[in-house]
Design a protein around this ligand. Structure first.
Ligand code: ADP
Ligand code: NI
Length: 213
């Protein structure tokens, strides 16, 4: 019964996200789902069913993809149709809302905190770098713009994809809720710094070379 519910949720999410190119494709969901389970294994607390359902459904009410109210209803009717209890449905919806509405809020329950860590970890490290450039490409955003300083912007829009690292991705390490999330975030943060160092060094090399000519 439980296994069947998870399988049917996977199918539902795949149908809803079909063809997305903004970094919210099925494989993002699959990674968040797997990471959430691995954090749960380590933390050994919370309701695994709620964690799995929330990880799988977390982007279906994201305002970047769907109308928030419609997305919420869609999730509600799906879970209700599957015979999931009202209290689990409400818990999952509450997690999805705090996570996908980009409010920067800490979810109230450990289940939500685990899924939020897993979602944020997917924006970090090698995968996070790949997603950032994929997103930038899809939006027609430039790779970098050396004429604009790197400071944290208060609005959502980044000057360039490299700027997005300074606006958001380098801040994620400090926002982890769980110990396992913190450990994973440290590694992924290190890799992003390594990447940025190399990227900015290559720009300097190119700039110094063109000065010599
Ligand atoms: P999620 O819904 O998974 O929490 P977002 O919707 O904020 O995350 O972003 C999806 C992906 O696109 C993330 O990997 C994020 O870093 C990336 N992204 C968002 N905004 C930008 C941007 N301005 N430039 C480059 N990448 C971005
Ligand atoms: Ni997500």
């Amino acid at each position: 019964m439980r296994q069947q519910l998870i399988e049917r949720t996977v199918q539902f999410v795949k149908e809803q996200l079909d063809g997305d190119s903004s970094g919210h494709d099925w494989f993002h969901i699959e990674r968040v789902w797997a990471t959430a389970k691995s954090i749960y294994d380590k933390e050994n607390t919370g309701d695994l069913l709620v964690i799995e359902l929330a990880a799988l459904l977390h982007d279906l009410a994201d305002s970047k993809l769907f109308d928030e109210a419609e997305g919420r209803q869609n999730i509600y009717y799906f879970l209700e149709g599957e015979g999931v209890s009202e209290s689990i449905i409400q818990h999952v919806l509450q997690i999805v809302e705090t996570i996908s509405f980009s409010k920067g809020e800490k979810p109230a329950t450990i289940e939500g905190q685990i899924v939020q860590d897993a979602d944020r970890l997917d924006a970090m490290g090698a995968v996070g770098i790949a997603r950032a450039f994929a997103y930038g490409g899809a939006k027609g955003q430039v790779l970098y713009d050396p004429t604009k300083p790197f400071y944290k912007r208060t609005d959502q829009k980044s000057v360039s994809t490299i700027h997005h690292f300074f606006d958001k991705l380098l801040l994620l390490r400090e926002s982890m809720n769980t110990e396992k999330g913190q450990t994973m975030a440290k590694e992924r943060h290190k890799f992003m710094i390594y990447f940025l160092d190399q990227f900015l060094n290559e720009l300097d090399e190119a700039r110094n070379y063109s000065k010599q000519e």
